[in-house]
Ligand binder design. Structure first.
Ligand SMILES: *Cc1c(COP(=O)(O)O)cnc(C)c1O
Length: 244
């Protein structure tokens, strides 16, 4: 890459990041929610390290914190150590295989894609310090699409309560990948479902559930809709990094 190409790429990242910030700001205003309610997570899958580095640097020039998200352990362990100097927090947002837990854990501050009690116990067993629990979210498949990960909505409350009770984990909310549909009402009803499940988890009063306030939902195409329905984390890939 020439210097010029590099500068262009940085300028484009700055521009797209500012656009996404503006979309978040407007969506919060429209929903009557404070902007600080919503955290931007940059989904860096398939993006090369220099681009991710540039995006984190660009994000530091905008107000508000930014999280990074990875779907694959292989990419996480390649990128996270190389960005330690910038200190971003990483969320794991893809399917996590049991045999990859050890490799992933040192680098993540939150596993959003928790969908089984078995994985929860495996994670908890590897948390080095019980006084510093690992943040987790339970991933729910609100759309029921067979290609999507996550626990079925009917099983979400039980799993969330079980997870919340595990020493070494801190349940911080629920996550979903919205329905793949052009019909906004279909996507919105999935987000509503996630929010009411989150409310049920909180209302259960079960041990460890009081911290489960988060809702990670919404991506580049529908962050406004997700924010209108209560998202606290929006996971943005293409709108910041450009098309994949
Ligand atoms: C890729 C990905 C995103 C971001 O998707 P975009 O449509 O590119 O914004 C969000 N969440 C998960 C789980 C992803 O895999």
């Amino acid at each position: 890459m020439t210097d010029e190409q590099h500068d262009e790429r940085i300028a484009a990242l700055d521009r797209r990041l500012a656009e996404v910030r503006e979309r978040v700001r407007r969506a919060c205003a429209a929903a009557g929610r404070p902007e600080r309610d919503v955290t931007l997570l940059l989904a860096s899958k398939a993006q090369p390290l220099p681009v991710v580095r540039a995006a984190v640097e660009a994000s530091a020039r905008t107000p508000g914190p930014v999280l990074l998200g990875e779907n694959r352990v292989q990419e996480l362990v390649a990128k996270a150590p190389a960005l330690l100097d910038l200190g971003p927090a990483w969320h794991f947002i893809g399917p996590l295989q049991s045999n990859k837990v050890n490799a992933a854990l040192p680098w993540v501050s939150c596993v959003e894609s928790l969908a089984s009690l078995e994985l929860a116990h495996r994670l908890a067993a590897r948390v080095p310090d019980r006084s510093a629990p690992l943040d987790v979210m339970v991933q729910v498949n609100v759309s029921g699409e067979p290609t999507k990960s996550g626990v079925a909505p009917d099983d979400a409350l039980a799993l969330a309560r079980d997870v919340a009770a595990i020493d070494g984990l801190r349940l911080v909310g629920l996550m979903t990948v919205g329905a793949r549909s052009d019909d906004e009402a279909v996507v919105a009803s999935g987000y509503d479902r996630l929010r009411s499940l989150r409310d049920e988890v909180l209302a259960s009063g079960a041990p460890g559930t009081a911290s489960a306030v988060g809702l990670s939902m919404g991506m580049s195409g529908d962050l406004e809709l997700a924010i209108a329905h209560g998202a606290t984390v929006v996971r943005i890939g293409s709108a910041v990094f450009g098309g994949r």
